[in-house]
Design a protein around this ligand. Structure first.
Ligand code: NAD
Ligand code: UFG
Length: 354
């Protein structure tokens, strides 16, 4: 069993991954500044992993801090080593992810996503920790030239968020190519993470108006919003709406566990993998699947296309299967059932007593 530093572990994907890693027996140290999450998520993670208050203090430690604070990171690694429980590996979720906001605030995105990653890598290197799983994104592929998209497709991001993720991937490639390379790195390019833990206890809880389809339509179904706007009904697809590769967040969490196991078992390497299902679903197919799962109608209006959208984005997930033995186990109906379990039990997200 390993001692793992999980940056951004209170967030949507991080919290679900923490449950899987705790159940696999790992001890976790979560570092989060809670700029886009709440400590309550980790309380629920602890309950889901059936940790009592005593074991929680050892198995799920939580620190409030910023990944850009080099001195803080150094102290964190030093303290872990001095306590006889050095950090074996890092899963690095912390970052900013809203495409539109990144266009408005590019400096902030480069600072958190690139400078934050650089500070983390510096601290890891200084303290002899060279195993890293990094949250990358299918946004790197921009407007893909063909689908399904293999990892060898051109990297051509079209917004500052994507540029910052591409820059971190480049930095990681440079590290892996360095003369004294000791690094074991996995860059995981997520497609569209959605859904929730099947218990309905943890899920996605965006601040303000959701930018993404799934949380928006969940909030319409639960009555928090009136109707969904479907961006474009004239795309070159079977029903005219965009197609995406939606991946259940629990499949994604299990993908992290598989990547970590692979890194810890093998010599130095750089793995770059798509994490997706390989199946596309249109916006209207998602709406109808959610209506079936929730038993609620989701009113929607077809409106103009949104700037920056690609018609179809679907992963070629073959390499992840080959390298990790991992593939998605859950389909769109599972995603909608579990997403609805979360949203209906927590209409106001973590503000609900749950
Ligand atoms: P999230 O916002 O729910 O989680 C990110 C977490 O990082 C939050 O808890 C936030 O408080 C924390 N954080 C932000 N800045 C920080 C800082 N400077 N120091 C410490 N903590 C900080 O997002 P998520 O959906 O869980 O995404 C996790 C990672 O996956 C991100 O790096 C994101 O870019 C990437 N990703 C997400 C998606 C998606 O659609 N959700 C798709 C592809 C890639
Ligand atoms: N959509 C709507 N109405 C909405 C929101 C979205 O019709 O209110 C449509 C979009 O036009 C798109 C589809 O639903 O066709 C999915 O949109 P999302 O915003 O949910 O997701 P994206 O595919 O645009 O992007 C997401 C993340 C990116 C990430 C990418 C790939 O936002 O950060 O998945 O992982 F890079």
């Amino acid at each position: 069993m390993a001692r793992l530093l999980i940056t951004g572990g209170a967030g949507f994907i991080g919290s679900h991954t923490c449950v899987v890693l705790l159940q696999a027996g790992h001890n976790l140290l979560v570092l989060d500044d809670f700029s886009n999450s709440t400590p309550l998520a980790l309380k629920r993670v602890s309950a889901l992993a059936q940790l009592d208050s005593q074991s929680s203090q050892v198995r799920l430690q939580v620190r409030r801090g910023d990944i850009r604070d080099q001195a803080y990171l150094d102290a964190l690694f030093s303290k872990a080593a001095s306590e006889g429980a050095p950090i074996d590996a890092v899963i690095h979720f912390a970052g900013l992810k809203a495409v539109g906001e990144s266009v408005r605030e590019p400096l902030h995105y480069w600072d958190v996503n690139l400078t934050g990653s650089r500070c983390l890598l510096d601290a890891m290197n200084a303290h002899g920790c060279h195993t890293l799983v990094f949250s990358s994104s299918a946004t790197l592929y921009g407007y893909p030239e063909r689908v399904p998209i293999p990892e060898t497709a051109p990297i051509q991001p079209i917004n500052p968020y994507g540029h910052s993720k591409a820059a971190v991937e480049q930095l990681l490639q440079d590290l892996a190519a360095s003369a004294a390379n000791q690094w074991r790195i996995a860059c995981l390019r997520y497609f569209n993470p959605v859904g929730a833990h099947p218990s309905g206890k943890i899920g996605e809880d965006p601040l303000g108006t959701p930018n993404n389809l799934f949380p928006f339509l969940s909030q319409v179904a639960v009555g928090r919003r009136e109707s969904l706007q479907v961006f474009g009904g004239d795309w070159p697809t079977s029903d005219g709406t965009c197609i995406r590769d939606y991946i259940h967040v629990m499949d994604l969490a299990e993908g992290h566990q598989a990547a970590l196991d692979c890194l810890l078992a093998e010599p130095t390497q750089l793995l770059t993998l798509n994490l997706g299902s390989g199946q596309g679903a249109s916006v209207l197919e998602v709406v109808h699947a959610f209506e079936r799962a929730s038993g609620r109608q989701v009113p929607y209006d077809l409106v103009a296309r949104r700037d920056g959208d690609a018609a179809i984005t679907v992963a070629d997930p073959a390499l992840a299967l080959q390298r990790l033995g991992w593939q998605t186990q859950r389909d769109l109906d599972d995603i909608c059932r579990d997403g609805w379990a979360w949203q209906s039990a927590n209409p106001a997200g973590y503000n609900d007593p749950g």
